[in-house]
Design a protein around this ligand. Structure first.
Ligand SMILES: [Zn+2]
Length: 146
């Protein structure tokens, strides 16, 4: 069922979006407005695999499961996604990027994402694979390193 005027379809953000002038959630060193903001507000789509990866990290951080599902390739997308409220994302470092430009149809990004869960720091080291179909980048799958 859809809500009146799409009201009930609005994305629910656990953390209020930052203003466009603040540093982005994804630790890119640039502002939200020039980084993940336009993708997360659905004003634009990510033009590179790295941009999509960063916006998906930001979506995890602010609790936007709808964005994560919509940017997940249908072949590997889960039916639903429940984000763990106890998981606090605290940092992202991109290690390497292979292809994934606006002219590519595939790309991969190696990154380390740090988070805390119940006060304990942990790190996720992953090689994520992305594909671009009809101009849109999708997360396809990830392989984790120990
Ligand atoms: Zn960002």
């Amino acid at each position: 069922m859809t809500g009146i005027c799409g009201l009930f379809d609005a994305p629910r953000l656990r953390t209020l979006p930052r203003t466009d002038q603040e540093p982005c959630w994804c630790d890119s060193g640039i502002t939200v407005g020039r980084c993940c903001g336009p993708a997360l507000s659905r004003a634009a789509t990510a033009v590179t695999a790295e941009a999509l990866m960063r916006s998906r990290y930001s979506a995890y951080l602010i609790g936007d499961a709808d964005y994560l599902l919509s940017t997940w390739h249908p072949a590997t997308r889960p039916a639903s996604l429940i984000l763990d409220e106890a998981q606090r994302w605290i940092g992202l470092t991109i290690k390497s990027v292979t292809a994934g430009s606006e002219r590519d149809t595939e790309g991969s990004v190696e990154f380390v994402a740090r988070f805390k869960i119940h006060g304990r720091g942990q790190r996720l080291h992953e090689h994520s694979r992305f594909v671009r179909e009809q101009g849109l980048w999708f997360y396809r799958e990830g392989r984790q390193d120990a």
